[in-house]
Design a protein around this ligand. Sequence first.
Ligand code: SF4
Length: 608
Amino acid sequence: MLNGYGGNILRVNLSTGKIIKQPTPPELARDFIGGRGFGAYFLFMEVPRHTDPLSPENKLIISSGPLSGLMIPGAGKCDFTTKSPLTNGYASSSLGGHFTAEIKYAGLDSIILEGTSPKPVYLFIDNEKIELRDASHLWGKGTIAVEKELKEKLGEEFQIAVIGPGGENGVSFASINHDFGRQAGRGGVGTVMGVKKVKAIAIHGTKSIPVADPEGYRKAGMTLFKACKDAEGLKPWQSYGTTIVVSWCDEVGALPTRNFSAGSFEGGKNLYGPVMREQIVITDKGCFGCPSPCGKYSRMKRYNSNVEGPEYETIGMLGSNLGLSDIQDVAQANLLCDDLGIDTISAGSVIGWAMECYEKGIFTKKDTDGLELKFGNTQAVFALTEKIAKRQGLGALLAEGVKKAAKKVGQGSDKFAIQVKGMEQSAYATHNATAMLLAYMTCDVGAHHNRAWAITYDLQVGRDKVVPEKVARVIWLQNFRPMFDVLGACRLQWVELSIDRDLYVPALAAITGIHRTWQDLETVGERIWNLTRLYWSRENEGFGRTWDQPSPRFYEEPPKTGVTAGQITRYEDVQRLLDMYYEQRGWTSNGMPTPETVNRLGLATFAA
Ligand code: SF4
């Protein structure tokens, strides 16, 4: 019996229909702990080298962590890992809500989808009853309708993860949706579920999770909840959630504006958290066990519709980045993406790129199927979002992701394709924010913010400074923050409520029976980071420094407007950042872990 764990890995072979359970290996729990750690391990070990992400040999690995489903603040996170159809590298996307608790209550730690089903199915799990069921009648439907239909049929106690038309049609950045508004959004995890013909997973369990020291767990859990309740930041965080940073980003020039050509938006004030709260928010909504719900449920009167959101990234990417300045329009675009099952960040990026192509004359109305694709055109955003999900006309090109689309179109459009490693950059403009720029350049999935949210450190230290302390900060964040995805809990109580991270140590010890300090956990984080780096290299010939370069926009084109007007990071400084980063990581000058680093982290068998 593994304390803190469901105890089993579920393997579902969609090609053969064979379903088996295997005990969770104790050494896997010891070295990789759970969540993202399990995902990285299974991906590296089980998906053969050079597998096509859309082939049956790719796997979709869904993992909870040892805190998931227990009475720890925000312990409702699970991780979806696969080989990314967007980047051809490692993809790992976190999902909140209530799904992961049911994984544990069903006596599981990971669900691994293997092979490809010959027809649409959904995976039904009710404790020991596990079946693939026909989903032909659900295929083609939006995520919201399908979740509703399955809950009505199976019961409210079932938690559902579902793909939309985006995943069915092979959009490279398709998402997996849950709880009518939570997503595993990034890297095309929904694309892989779609190509496997799995429309949904419905799960419910009633088993208890073994805990090493129940009284210690109770006390440590209570201490954490009390710290959240007493936190000064609780009220503003609960009122606005992540939209609390829209105004800050606008003021410091980090709000992506018109395809990241600037960092401040003249219509930004209409998108600020308090405006959204006043105009459209109906209520707050949280994940399993969350004492500080950041989800906002909104009503768009103009469209007679509701959505969970929009949160900051969506406001940045579908709002200011596309020149939209009405919060109802942004929320409606959010709803379209969620229902169609595509990532709002990547969708905002590819549409922003297409709008810039149109405004520069690279695209004409012949290319855009007649759409007047100018920044600020709300109806064009809605229409193009649908076209992407259905791969129609220009949408088919954009569905490939911005890097591949720019390569096909040429004419210098790659210079304003805002991505790293093929993943569209999330919503922080980094013309003059060197730590955040480095965080994007070196992120393990492509240009995503949640591994190292370093932008506040840029403001603290001096935004254009290129100093070893900034690099050290990025590395520390990359090793530490993703550990919440390994443990299966939300990081935002630490980030936003300033909860002392050491309070998690006795909780983890009481649950698992193993005492680990944060230093121990950071070593695991570093091990996973290096393992995924080895994975990228194994899968992509010539992988290295050239893959860590940012969009030229951030070192060639200073913004013309806003508070960062005229500011830019010099190309030489971009390279100096990488030199320092590789050295501090213990990597070669081409960005690969040295043999000493590999041995120190116990990864020799993976590097062989
Ligand atoms: Fe979920 Fe937000 Fe609470 Fe984190 S803070 S657990 S993301 S509702």
